[in-house]
Design a protein around this ligand. Structure first.
Ligand code: CA
Length: 226
């Protein structure tokens, strides 16, 4: 899942970036509102984390502009303690949730995961598809109740495809959600991940959870349960 982090304090920006990347998110960083506005218009993020006090364009204006332009990814705002007016203004501008500074990183991660899950239409942290269970909180997968050993990219590919089950996801879209801006993207790499993922999810080749739609991309074929 690809996340945009907008924060003008360099140390905090690096800290958030490091912690989110350690959780398997692909992160883009931005230190001012104008740059963030551009990135949010350019890329289809799964989540943006936005500090409200920003140079050039403040966080409230930034969120307002995104929402006016139909950029609908979930937004988590960071607000200074005690500034409840900012919190309200942020939510009214179209943010989805907030965390008060100073924060515990666990709270950011929990809220980030919950927002991404909800925007994909899942209230529960677990997505179940026949014999496959994806735990988006633990970022783990069980096949027939046995834990599967997946790499971060394999897991992220699966979570993204499963959250869009029944829809065709192009290689470009998948790449954009798996890697940050600076990554050297290569669609052959995606093919390798998908091939490995198929083997792990469907060792006998019977269920075919991920199909290739020729020339268009991949589709997760199983239907969610519960
Ligand atoms: Ca700030």
């Amino acid at each position: 899942m690809r996340v945009l982090i907008v924060e003008d304090e360099p140390e905090l920006l690096d800290y958030l970036n490091r912690k989110l990347e350690a959780e398997g998110f692909a992160c883009d960083k931005s230190a001012d509102g104008e740059d963030a506005l551009f990135l949010g218009e350019e890329y289809d993020y799964d989540l943006a984390i936005v500090d409200l006090g920003l140079p050039k364009l403040d966080g409230i204006q930034l969120i307002n502009r995104w929402r006016e332009n139909n950029r609908n990814f979930p937004v988590l705002i960071l607000t200074a303690r005690g500034k409840w007016q900012d919190k309200v203004a942020g939510l009214e501008a179209g943010a989805d949730d907030y965390v008060v500074k100073p924060f515990q990183i666990e709270e950011i991660l929990a809220r980030a995961n919950a927002l991404i899950r909800r925007s994909a239409g899942y209230a529960s942290p677990e997505m179940r598809f026949e014999n496959i269970c994806i735990d988006t909180r633990a970022k783990s997968v069980r096949l027939d109740e046995q834990s599967l050993d997946l790499t971060t990219y394999e897991y992220n590919s699966l979570e993204y495809l499963a959250s869009r089950h029944g829809q065709i996801v192009s290689k470009t879209e998948l790449t954009e959600h798996l890697y940050d801006q600076d990554f050297d993207r290569d669609s052959n790499v995606i093919e390798v991940f998908i091939a490995r993922l198929r083997k792990k999810l469907d060792p006998q080749g019977k269920l075919k959870p991920i199909t290739t739609v020729r020339g268009r991309g991949y589709r997760f074929e199983l239907k969610p349960q519960g």
